[in-house]
Write a new protein. Structure first.
Length: 197
C-alpha cells in the first residue's frame, strides 16, 4: 500500500482517486451495515457447545425438539398411558364439562360420542336434534351434534370439543375430535399412549 493512499495523486488524477475512495468507503460501510443488521443470523449459525452430562437421572417430562428462527427450543411434552381391557377398549375416568364419567378410547370413531345419560350429566342434552346419520359397529344410528366445553383426563384438558350424542350407545367414546387435538397417540401391545404439550 502506498504511503499516500489517503492523499490524491499529484499528477492530476484527483477524480480517479476520489472514485476509488468512494468505492472503498461504500464497500466497507456496507459490510459493517450488513454485519450489524444480520447479527442474529450470524450468531444462530455459530456452533452451539452443549455441556456433557453423565449419568444424571431426571424425572422431567420427555422433550421434543422445536426450531424457532433457526434456534433449537425445548418444549415439554406430557404423556399418559392407559392399558386396554380384554375387549380391546382402553377405558378412562374422564371429566366432561366438569362431570365425571367413564369413557372408552376409540381410534376408529370419527368423533367423541356421548351416551344420552352422559350427555344429560354434561349438561348438553337439551333440545337435541338427532339428524346426523352415523355408521357404527352395531349398524346405522342417528346422532345429535353438540360442542363440549372441555374434556379433562388428569392433567390433560382439551377445550371446545365437537361431539355427537348417540341413541343406543352403551359407553361414551373418545374419538378423533379429541384424539386429533393431541400431540400424538399410539396403541401398541394393548397400551394406549397419549402425548400432549
Amino acid at each position: 500500500m502506498r504511503d499516500d493512499f489517503f492523499e490524491p495523486d499529484r499528477g492530476g488524477g484527483l477524480i480517479g482517486w476520489a472514485l476509488r475512495q468512494i468505492v472503498i468507503w461504500l464497500v466497507g460501510g456496507f459490510a459493517i451495515y450488513w454485519m450489524v443488521t444480520n447479527y442474529g443470523l450470524i450468531r444462530a449459525a455459530a456452533p452451539v457447545v452443549k455441556p456433557q452430562v453423565e449419568n444424571t437421572p431426571t424425572e422431567a417430562a420427555p422433550e421434543t425438539q422445536l426450531t424457532v428462527l433457526g434456534r433449537p427450543v425445548q418444549a415439554a411434552v406430557n404423556s399418559l398411558t392407559v392399558h386396554a381391557q380384554p375387549n380391546g377398549y382402553a377405558y378412562v375416568k374422564a371429566s366432561v364439562n366438569g362431570m365425571p364419567m367413564v369413557m372408552a378410547f376409540d381410534t376408529g370413531a370419527s368423533s367423541v360420542a356421548l351416551t344420552q345419560a352422559d350427555a344429560l350429566k354434561a349438561g348438553v342434552a337439551g333440545n337435541l336434534n338427532y339428524s346426523v346419520p352415523i355408521g357404527t359397529a352395531n349398524g346405522r344410528n342417528m346422532g345429535a351434534p353438540v360442542t363440549l366445553r372441555e374434556i379433562r383426563i388428569g392433567q390433560l384438558v382439551i377445550e371446545d370439543v365437537n361431539a355427537i350424542v348417540l341413541q343406543n350407545l352403551n359407553v361414551s367414546l373418545l374419538g378423533q375430535t379429541f384424539l386429533n387435538r393431541l400431540h400424538s397417540y399410539q396403541m401398541q401391545d394393548g397400551v394406549l399412549t397419549l402425548t400432549w404439550q
